[in-house]
Design a protein around this ligand. Structure first.
Ligand SMILES: [Zn+2]
Length: 318
């Protein structure tokens, strides 16, 4: 494979006195074509140049493999992982073919409740806003205000405000309200947004790593210890049943260590047999990083040069 011009820089910046640093990229959806209601999600063309760049300038490893090498001080310089949270169908239909074309592995963290026809609460809201006709929508009975959906800008503001408010509602209430809003917008409960079991197996058979992301994607720090443990255990057991093999990598839902998980939750993940876990805190990992608190970062850059500078800055700081 052709080597990228930034590789020597990334090699140099990633080498510490002892061991090396690891960059972990996090994605959610990769849309086939730009979606105006999901302006932050890369489309296929953008993801293609990102993966080309990463494949030429980094040693791309699965999350599980990278952690094993990191902990034994065998991680090659300029190593990176490409990870995806939640289990969107476009990970299979759009992202995986691009990864394969560039000869690199990805790690996909799956919330099992939504496999094969489910829809997450945030997508209930986004798809409801998409389906609503132009005009004012009144969700004040749910504590979510009224919103003007006559133009794209209003729809984007509505999505942002409602998601921000609903995110920290109690888990059950959040799901119930989001689903009711989706029903009123005329959406069926079944959806094709997430991968099904056959697609998960096909990803694994194509050499990708599948990791766990709980069962129903709750904010673990908001649950009792018993409920948090049940969520993590169920997500692991269901994914293992689909794949017929152990699942040893984990990503925390939402994943901010200040808000969404605590030491108790990292302990649960460790106790249930995972070998490492990813947060959504921004940063790079080193051999001194707790393997159950591996930071990641979202590449939102619109050009390879800016993307390169961001990687270099993170490596230099980390
Ligand atoms: Zn997630």
């Amino acid at each position: 494979m052709k080597s990228g011009i930034y590789k020597p820089l990334f090699r140099m910046l990633s080498i510490k006195q002892r061991g090396t640093k690891l960059l972990v990229f996090i994605f959610h959806r990769i849309v086939a074509r730009h979606d105006p209601l999901l302006p932050a999600e890369p489309d296929a063309a953008q993801f293609d140049w990102m993966v080309r760049f990463v494949s030429r300038n980094f040693n791309v490893l699965s999350f599980g493999r990278a952690l094993a090498l990191l902990q034994t001080n065998r991680l090659p310089a300029a190593s990176a992982c490409i990870t995806f949270d939640d289990g969107y169908q476009d990970n299979f239909s759009v992202a995986a073919p691009i990864l394969r074309r560039h000869g690199v592995v990805g790690t996909f963290f799956i919330a099992t409740k939504f496999v094969g026809g489910g829809r997450m609460w945030n997508d209930d809201i986004i798809e409801a806003v998409r389906a609503c006709p132009n005009g004012i929508v009144d969700w004040s009975e749910f504590g979510l205000g009224t919103h003007d959906l006559t133009a794209l800008h209003g729809r984007l503001v509505a999505i942002g405000e409602v998601l921000d408010k609903l995110k920290y509602f109690p888990h059950r209430q959040r799901e119930t309200i989001a689903r009711e809003i989706a029903r009123r917008a005329g959406l069926p409960d079944k959806s094709a947004l997430m991968m099904n079991a056959a697609e998960l197996k096909a990803l694994r058979d194509a050499g990708m790593e599948l990791g766990s992301h709980t069962h129903s994607h709750p904010i673990l720090s908001k649950l009792s210890e018993r409920d948090a443990e049940r969520e993590v255990a169920q997500g692991k057991a269901e994914l293992e049943a689909i794949l017929g093999e152990p699942v040893t990598s984990f990503a925390y839902p939402n994943g901010n260590t200040q808000r969404d998980l605590g030491p108790r939750d990292a302990e649960i993940v460790k106790r249930l047999g995972f070998l490492g876990a990813a947060t959504t805190d921004w940063g790079v990992a080193s051999d001194r990083t707790d393997p159950f608190l591996i930071p990641r970062f979202t590449p939102w850059d619109r050009s390879p040069r800016r993307f390169a500078m961001r990687c270099a800055m993170l490596l230099a700081k980390g």
